[in-house]
Every structure is written in C-alpha cells, then in structure tokens.
Design a protein around this ligand. Structure first.
Ligand code: HAM
Length: 414
C-alpha cells in the first residue's frame, strides 16, 4: 500500500466539517476589519525566503523544501507567507502613495521538521498583514483581530506574550555587545550557535540548546538597548491592548525565529498543545520590503497554525458536530425511483440537503442508513404514498410522523 508522505495528513470528510467551520469564522472576522484576500503560488524562487527570512534562521537553514526545476531554477515550497506576500505586494504595486493595504491569506505551508503533535511537514496557516502604516494603531489592529478570532471561536485559555526587539539601531548596538560577550564562550556554544555567531549572532537567542541558554542567561539584554522611539511605540501598543481589555504577558526573551522582525513581536500560547505551545505569532517588519528589492514600506502581521488551532478547539469541545443531511428519502420499490427524484428535487429546490439510496437497498436497510448518517427527517415513499401521491415524513429526533400532499412540500415549514 502506498502511504502518504511523513508529516502530511489526509483531512477526512468527518474532519473537514471542523475545517469549514473554522474557515467560515475566519472569513467573517476578516471582513469586519476590511481585509482582502491574497492568494499567491505555493512555490517561489528560493531567494524570496532566503533573503526575506534570513540565511541563518532554522527555517531557511534546515527546513525548506527546495528543489531545482528542469530549467535549473532553485524553487522552494513556501515555508511561510510574509516574504511571499511582500514579493507579491512589490510586484503588483499593492501599496502606493499614502495608502494602507490590509491583506489576509489561508493555505498550506511546508517545513521539513520532525513531525509530532501539532507539528507537520505540510501544515496550514491563516494570517493577516497590514502594509503601509508605522503607527501603533496598526500593530494594535493586527493583535485585536487575532484575539477577536480566538474569542469568536470560544477559545479563552491562551496567553498572548509580547515583547519589543527594538529598531535596527537598537539591534545593531545590542548585536555588537552580544557578540563581544559570546566571544569568550565561543567554544562552549553548540555547533549551530558557533555557525550563527559568524553569520548573525542574534539568531543564537533562538537556540534550544540548554547549554546555550545557560550562557545566554548572563548575556546583555535587548531591553537595555531600546531607544526612546521604540520604547514609546511599545507603550502605545500596550495602551491600545489595555483599552480594549486584551490581557497580555511581557516576555523580554521573546525574539521569534525570523530575521525580518523589528520592534513589536508577539505569540499566542496554549497549555492544550504540550511541547508546541505556541500556536500563532507575528510582529512588525519595517525592512522586509527593502530586503526584497522594494521601496521601504512599514508593515505588521501575524499568522496562526490551523492544525494547532483545531487541536485547541478539540481539547475544549469547541468544534460543533456535523448536523448531517436534512432529509434521507427512503423508497420501497426501486422501480419507482422517478417519484423519489421528484421529491428530492422539490426539497433541494428549497435549499435542503437531501440524500438518497444508490444501492437499491431494502426498506429496512435504508432506515438504518438514514439513522447512521444522522438525517433530521426520513421521507418514506412506500406503495401507498406512491399510489396516492403523498409523502410520509418522520422526524428522527422524536419519531413524530406526519404526511404531506405533493403540493404542500414546497411550502411546509419543516
Ligand atoms: P511562525 O511562528 O513561523 O510565523 O508560524 C506561525 C504559526 O504557524 C505557528 O505559531 C504554528 O502554529 C504554525 N506552524 C509553524 N510551523 C508549523 C509546523 N511545522 N506544523 C504545524 N504548524 C506550524 C510565521 O510564519 C510568520 N510568517 C508570521 C507572521 C506574519 N509574522 C508577520 N506576519
């Protein structure tokens, strides 16, 4: 038997109801905030991500699905959307003049990671990006929208963690001192971090090695390097969150693993997830447009992992059950299937979901099927109903039965 690729999953019909439910909620929330949908190709030129996310990040260094096509182009299955979206925004001139562009996206992403609960090699993200404003109101809007979605889904047991990593000036001064400090511990650092030391010492802050983390315990802290501008922006964002009653925790060690961030960064965490406790994250990225060859445009955004969100919803019983079809039409004599088609067509004409037997099963077996698929009503077409042009309807929840003449079906209040 040929199996699916490790780290990928089939989403089966009984699961897709939950996906649809979530997708509908997402669409209704983004509409409330005036965001438009952007769909970009699943693969891009590799440089979009290597230049955008950073050569030394784990994503670019270890996790990308990169391949050479038949024309020798290096292409990569998108590991995230922000860099691809900025590529598209530059190319399609989506932001011009004094204009703000609000965009959302939803779709599959690919990272070669070790699969475990909540971590796959093909996963899905929903995200938003607000392009063209450097004002804290835009950071606030992005966080408020993400929080709104979680509350709309009934999720309450999560923590929003925020931090500021300062602007380029703060980070350059910090990186200089961090490098000086780490120089004296270079031989004790993990192999990965020794490599990062040369290329981009700030990425050492992401290291999961306990030894690296111990060394970092006494290292300089970015919070001591913030300039007035970064500090006051951060305070304004916190004021916005306070004003709408969004609870957050500050964590000065939160840096996030992508190079494009500056100033505010944030993550949503949940205890329902185990080791992969972070299920969404984002931040400001005011220099990504330039890094990808565009004119400077300030921007902020966030993305949430759909699989992780569904795990949290499932753990909290927040996924409604598929209600099943409205009607299952049971026919006693397969020769009379035209009568059944007529009834099904009248009901579908009213917008109802109607399922019928395709296997010419016995009357009893059809009743069983109607129960199994959880139909709200069974429509019974026995010899009498067919001969006298009426239908019997049984409400499955309480067994109540009634009859309707043909001309009553199109108006009856079920
Ligand atoms: P990220 O933190 O790399 O950020 O990913 C966002 C979310 O995607 C994670 O919190 C997680 O829920 C989900 N995710 C990531 N990798 C996996 C995986 N292997 N399996 C399952 N879920 C996963 C970004 O991607 C940024 N582009 C977010 C952003 C948007 N920043 C600004 N705008």
């Amino acid at each position: 038997m040929i199996q699916n690729v490790r780290g990928t999953k089939d989403i089966l019909p009984e699961e897709s109801f939950a996906w649809r439910y979530l997708e509908d909620k997402i669409q209704s929330i983004v509409r409330m905030y005036g965001y438009g949908e952007l769909r970009t190709p699943i693969f891009e030129k590799t440089e979009v991500f290597s230049r955008g996310i950073g050569e030394v990040s784990d994503i670019v260094n270890k996790e990308m699905y990169t391949f050479t096509d038949r024309s020798d182009n290096s292409l990569t299955l998108r590991p995230e959307m922000t860099a691809a979206l900025v590529r598209s925004a530059i190319q399609n001139k989506l932001v011009y003049g004094n204009h703000v562009e609000r965009l959302w996206y939803y779709g599959p992403f690919f990272r070669y990671e070790r699969p475990q609960k909540g971590r796959q090699r093909m996963f899905h993200q929903f995200g938003i990006e607000c392009l063209g404003s450097s004002n804290p109101e835009s950071d606030g809007e992005v966080i408020v929208l993400s929080d709104h979605l979680l509350k709309e889904l009934g999720i309450n047991d999560y923590t929003l963690v925020i931090n500021t990593i300062g602007d380029a000036d703060c980070r350059n001064r910090f990186a200089f001192d961090l490098k000086n400090y780490l120089q004296s511990h270079l031989n004790e650092l993990s192999e990965d971090s020794q490599y990062r030391f040369e290329k981009n010492p700030l990425r050492i802050l992401d290291s999961k090695s306990p030894q690296d983390q111990k060394i970092l315990g006494n290292a300089p802290k970015i919070s001591d390097y913030l300039n007035e501008n970064s500090k006051s922006k951060y305070t304004e964002i916190k004021n916005i969150l306070d004003s709408v009653g969004i609870y957050y925790k500050e964590d000065h060690t939160l840096v996030r693993g992508l190079d494009y961030y500056s100033d505010i960064v944030f993550e949503f965490k949940s205890d329902a997830l185990g080791a992969q406790d972070s299920f969404g994250g984002g931040g400001r990225y005011d220099h990504l447009f330039e890094q990808l060859g565009g004119t400077p445009i300030p921007a902020v955004g966030f993305a949430i992992g759909v699989e992780r969100l569904l795990l949290i919803m499932d753990a909290n019983n927040l996924i409604p059950k598929d209600p099943g079809p409205d009607f299952f039409v049971i026919l006693s004599d397969p020769e009379e299937s035209e009568y059944r088609s007529k009834i099904a067509s009248i009901l579908r004409g009213r917008g109802y979901c109607v399922v019928t037997d395709l296997q010419r099963k016995s009357f009893k077996a059809q009743f069983k099927d109607s129960n199994r698929i959880n139909a709200t009503y069974s429509v019974i077409l026995g010899p009498e109903e067919i001969a006298e042009n009426f239908i019997s309807v049984k409400r499955m929840a309480d067994g109540e039965q009634f009859v309707l003449k043909l001309n009553e079906i199109s108006t009856f209040d079920f």
